[in-house]
Structures are given as C-alpha cells and as structure tokens.
Design a protein around this ligand. Sequence first.
Ligand SMILES: [Zn+2]
Length: 328
Amino acid sequence: MKKIYGNKQLLSVLEGMIVNDRPVNSLMLYGDKGCGKKTVADYYTMQLLCSSPENGRPCGKCNACRNVAAGNHPDVTYVETSGKLGGYSVETARNIIADAFIKPNNDSGRKVYQFRDCHNMDPRTQNTLLKLIEEPPEYAHFIFTAESKYEFLPTIISRCMCLGVSPCTIDETAQALEEAGYTPEQITSATNSFHGNIGLCIQYLSDQQLRDAVDLTKKLSDSIIRKDEYGLNAVFMSAGTDRSRIKRILSMTDKLVRDAAVLAEDKDAAIIGCSRREAASLSEIITPIQAGRIHDLLEKAWGSVESNVSIPLILTALCGEIMDIVIG
Ligand SMILES: [Zn+2]
C-alpha cells in the first residue's frame, strides 16, 4: 500500500465515512499535478473494498487491498481515455453506465470507477454521466481526479464530495524522498524547486526533461532581470514547439513571477515557483503591478498554446510584450 504523506484532515474525512459506513458514491479529488490525487483515489478504493478495515483504514493485506494495490481488482475500473487529447468520450460514459448496473462480484459488494486526470471533459460526456451520478446504484462508487474542480459542470460538482489534495510540508516531503532512497543533496535540490509536491520532486530527480524546463525557466527570468530582449527571445526559441513543454514552462515562469511579487512585500514569504533566488532577484527589477501584468500575458499565451496558435508566433509576441512592461 502506497504511503500518503501529509493531508491528515483529508484522510480523516475519508476514514470517518468508512467507520460510519456512509461512504459517498461520488468523490472528487482536486489539486496540483504531483500532489498525490491518484494515490488518495487508490486509498479510498481500498477503503471501500477492504475486507477488514481498521478504524476506517484499509488493512493493506487482504486480497482486495492487494488487488487494488496491484491495479487488477476485478471490480475496480480505471476508465480509459481516448482520442488525441486523451479525453473521456460520450461512448465511454455510456459503456460505464451499462457496466455500473451489473452487480459486483466481491465480498464488499461494491464497485469502483476511477476517472483520472479529468481535464476539459466534454460537457456532453458529463451530461451523459450526470444521471448515473445523481442516482447511482448503491454499490457503485465514482472517483474523479482533476487539477481543479472547475474542470466540471456545476451540476456534477454539486453531486460530488469535493476534497482538495494538498502539497506536504518540506519535512514530510524530505521524509518521503529519503524513504524512496534519495540522497540529502538530491532532496535539497528537488525541494528547492518543487517544495512540498512529492510527485514533482520525484519527477525532477528522475526526468531530465523536467530539470531542463527548470533551467530554462531560470534563464527566462535571468533575461528579464537583464532586460535583454534578444536573450529572452533566444531562450523562448530554444524551448522548441512541443505544446505541453511550452505550457509547463509558461506555467513555471508564471509561478516565479508571482513569487517575485510576493517577495517584494515579504522576503521571507513562502514561494510556489522553482527558484527563490531567481524570484528574489526578479523582485528587485519588477514591481508587483508589473508582475501582475506579466502574469496576464503569460496566462493569455498559455491559452493561445491550448488553442493551437503557432508556437513561435505566441512566444515572439510574448517576448516583446514582456519587455514593453519591464522597460516601459
Ligand atoms: Zn484490506
């Protein structure tokens, strides 16, 4: 059973439902990528199916718990996405509805459906699922995970218990990384960039692409600090044209700019971006108001990347607009 760090309140809500034998049929778990939503989804799944939970906690040893941990429990469905954008289709929703009315075949008498990484779920799919979510068979449970609950229609949100999965403290994160076998140096470098987000810390240590994206974000910030339009453009162009990579870099730059605004008011404030040092330097160059305007530009560029505008076009325009703010 995967250990869950932090999130004590969330766990006590879930455990309370099992102790009182009133688990919700529809649970929505939201929070940043990497903070453990899928781990919590599997935990709730185990709680629902475990043959001998202890104070609401799954035992981790029974067949049901072991099958869930191995990802092959016959009454747990990890609903599959389809299409180029990896969405949930209306057809998939119809198949799930048909399946949900077939009774489970296990001692717990429950079935669980996990819809993971919901993003831009087609409203038609959501409306198809709505009836099922409104009046589910007693034994059927649905878990949705998403970065924000506002990925969903208000009608779906209102039928779910919505719980946030939060980043951990640095100490909890360090403990998790230590238990995963990382060295103190690795732990420091990962938590400097990704703080209490255990998933992203582990990805940072194992994925060169993420380390490159962090480096690139720092270089972008350096160019802004030097008010070097040519340099800023060159760094943007070196990022390539892969849309998900560009979105990641824009979002990391946005966090760093946000940190600069916060550090201008309080240099000891907690940060969310990938470099305190960069954010502190940037805070000496731009005012919080300028930071807010750069945030608007980054958000607009992020939206353009989503909607298929040419990447070089977006980045060249962004570069000029940022420099107008910094220099103007
Ligand atoms: Zn168990």
